[in-house]
Design a binder for this molecule. Sequence first.
Ligand SMILES: Nc1ccn([C@@H]2O[C@H](COP(=O)(O)OP(=O)(O)OP(=O)(O)O)[C@@H](O)[C@H]2O)c(=O)n1
Ligand SMILES: C[C@](O)(CO)[C@H](O)COP(=O)(O)O
Length: 222
Amino acid sequence: MDYIIIVAGGKGMRMGGDVPKQFIPIGGKPVLMHTIERFYEYNPALGIILVLPESQQAYWKSLCKDYGFTIQHTIVNGGETRFESSKNGLSAIPDDEEGVVGIHDGVRPFASVKVIADCFEAARDEYAAIPVVPVTETLRYIDRQGGGKNVMRSDYRIVQTPQVFDISLLKQAFSQPYQAHFTDDASVVEALGCQISMVEGNRENIKLTTPFDLKIAETLLE
Ligand SMILES: Nc1ccn([C@@H]2O[C@H](COP(=O)(O)OP(=O)(O)OP(=O)(O)O)[C@@H](O)[C@H]2O)c(=O)n1
Ligand SMILES: C[C@](O)(CO)[C@H](O)COP(=O)(O)O
């Protein structure tokens, strides 16, 4: 069986505000409902695991009731770091399960169904796949003295989610101790010495990080 783990266990410090960013309504319903619907649209048989801070779980259940949101999912407690939240989500999948598992930021409601399908397909063939988009602005490397140097932007890609992996490979990766450079799930798998395949992402698949991103989200839904 295949799964998607949707991580929404963060604090949303850069977004600020009283309502955690995954619950902010865009286009008439909470961000997280849009995100889950994308994966349901891709494959209604996908096992959906939602990682949420324990303190937010009752509120989420009340939102599901209020909005008539009935897509089945399992809720798991969030962790202190994204690494821990991903690991908690993964622990909800039986150890002997075969198939692939994606990990997706709860606050990326615009992953296209094509990108989701491409990532799952690539991971079935190549064990680990992530969506990337080109850099559209010029990049400068900043050294420790604060000096800058132009670098070739064509040498870099912006990394999105869902990041999809063979289940047993991902379980092995997450048995490693946490390291500070684990900023996504692919970096955890790469630390085992594995190659990560890249598929073309979709530009709208932004991470809602600051209030500015919410304005873009509303525009994308118009
Ligand atoms: N301990 C954590 C930290 C992050 N995340 C999730 O990882 C995704 C990407 O993280 P980010 O956008 O940075 O969210 P926050 O950590 O909540 O934001 P901030 O860094 O501004 O506090 C989000 O869906 C977030 O909920 C998580 O599940 N558990
Ligand atoms: C996983 C991620 O969205 C890929 O771009 C990103 O690394 C998350 O970073 P954050 O600082 O936890 O938002």
